[in-house]
Design a binder for this molecule. Structure first.
Ligand code: PMP
Length: 485
């Protein structure tokens, strides 16, 4: 009876007023068969029964049968202001009817206007005003490292363990999550240093008594493992694929100082953290009080358009003009229009403020779940939460536990473990929860080296009602998986 009551008290999925069009395309099974026959098997799908999504509106998606879902991962952190946002749709429709492509060999207004608008959103006085557009984040990172090498005349790069910077051969060498690396020589010349991942501190220390050893250790890596003259340091302000890893506030300040002491440029990979997602600031790096020399972006930049970019100072950008360099689709009139309109909507609809407010609300609700399914550590993160002990509920059978809830704004991770002391990753349980959530109409992401971090990075137009559904749904999934163990 008590269980029945708690079930009925759970917040439902808010019903969208958008009516999806009836779907009359090939069936899910037909699509699956086509994919199996004609697509590279490396193009993976989520879920045991892969989901077929045929329509989207703002924070919601629909499958071919008309079932509605809350999209809590936004096409992997890419849909910033809402699926098929009406303003973007209207403008893009008009542009597609006029001109789709010519390349940058001719003048077109939008690419130049867009570059100006991006420059206007950079920190005052940073000198970050020169853009180069690409179609993806991997290309943007590849280009940033190339420009850093040309500018410094050096080769070696420092980057963070547990970081993701792309899947091309060169950016794979920057990426330091083993599951994303193939057994080939990745030609990035990169050294990987420890990120500020306190929950899994490699030296088993605790912040702040650790005295930020992980950050100061970067100097030894440069002195011992490089020639002492580095081209650059590239890092995500909050690690995305690595599982929403938020470093201590002083981490980046210490590392940037060391990198600059050895002559390197600092590159912020804002592919996931940019455009207001972290709430308090427009750019992720601003949370840490540092200013990079170059910023790379993609994903959320274009609300789903194949658009990426690298913004830097004119003197660093200048070196690219020493040879011929070309990117066929970079700055395409359709994708930059989509980027430009996304910037406008972020301002007009207070998207950053929503990420801050709704993100804080969601994190608070998830910390309540941590009280129920874990507890230890919650008190450190939020004084309002008591940090209930693991055995608070004597009926618990000991299923997955919430080891940590972390993140800023609408970039949140929930790390699941089997044991709060050993922190053994709850791998199968995380996969099970993500499956369960799908059945209930909630689409979540997974991340971290072990795939045991639930990633929540929805379109930034999400509401508190959506967050109530999300949290209650996660609660139900955790309960179901716990009762099974
Ligand atoms: N940097 C980061 C931080 C990313 O998350 C990603 C994609 N997951 C990339 C770079 C690569 O972007 P793309 O897939 O567009 O090449």
């Amino acid at each position: 009876m008590a269980a029945e009551q708690s079930k009925s008290a759970r917040a439902p999925l808010p019903v969208s007023d958008h009516q999806p069009a009836p779907y009359d395309g090939p069936s899910r099974e037909e699509i699956l068969n086509l994919r199996r026959e004609y697509l590279n098997p490396g193009i993976v799908t989520y879920y045991k029964e892969p989901l077929c999504i045929v329509e989207g509106h703002m924070q919601y998606l629909w499958d071919e049968k008309g079932k509605q879902y809350l999209d809590a991962i936004a096409g992997i952190v890419t849909v910033s202001v809402g699926h098929c946002h009406p303003k973007i749709t209207e403008r893009v429709r008009e542009q597609v009817g006029k001109l789709v492509h010519t390349t940058t060999i001719y003048l077109h207004p939008t690419i130049a206007q867009y570059a100006r608008e991006l420059a206007r959103r950079m920190p005052e006085g940073a000198g970050l005003q020169t853009s180069y557009f690409t179609s993806s984040g991997s290309e943007a990172n590849d280009l940033a490292v190339l420009m850093a090498r040309l500018h410094t005349g050096r080769h070696e790069v420092v980057t963070l363990r547990n970081g993701y910077h792309g899947g091309s051969q060169s950016t794979m060498g920057l990426t330091a999550i083993g599951t994303w690396r193939y057994p080939v020589v990745a030609p990035a010349g990169a050294r990987h240093v420890a990120p500020g991942y306190c929950y899994r501190c490699p030296s088993g220390q605790t912040y702040p008594s650790c005295d930020m050893n992980c950050a100061y250790a970067v100097e030894d890596v440069i002195r011992y493992e490089t020639c002492g003259e580095i081209a650059c340091f590239i890092a995500e302000p909050i690690q995305g694929v690595g599982g929403a890893v938020v470093p201590p506030p002083e981490y980046f300040g210490i590392v940037y100082d060391i990198v600059r002491k050895y002559g390197g440029l600092c590159i912020a990979d804002e592919v996931q953290t940019g455009f207001g997602r972290t709430g308090e600031h427009y750019w992720g790096f601003e949370n840490w009080g540092v200013t990079p020399d170059m910023i790379t972006m993609a994903k959320g930049i274009g609300n789903g358009a194949p658009l990426g970019g690298c913004v830097t100072k004119p003197e660093i950008a200048a070196h690219l003009a020493d040879r011929l360099h070309f990117n066929t689709f970079g700055g395409n009139p359709v994708s930059v229009l989509q980027g430009l309109t996304t910037l406008e909507i972020i301002d007009e609809e207070n998207i950053q403020q929503n990420a801050k407010e709704v993100g804080a609300y969601l994190k608070d609700r998830l910390l309540e779940l941590q009280d129920k399914y874990g507890g230890v550590g919650a008190a450190n993160q939020n004084p309002d939460h008591k940090g209930a002990a693991q055995n608070q509920n004597p009926d618990r059978k000991g299923g997955p536990l919430i080891g940590e809830v972390r993140g800023l704004g609408l970039m949140i991770g929930v790390e699941l473990v089997k044991n709060l002391q050993t922190k053994e990753p709850a791998i199968a349980e995380t996969a099970d929860i993500v499956e369960q959530a799908k059945t209930r109409g909630l689409l979540l992401g997974k991340g971290g080296l072990h795939g045991n971090v639930i990633r929540i990075k929805p379109p930034m137009c999400i509401t508190k009602d959506d967050c109530d559904f999300l949290t209650d749904c996660l609660d139900e999934c955790l309960e179901t998986v716990t009762n099974r163990s």
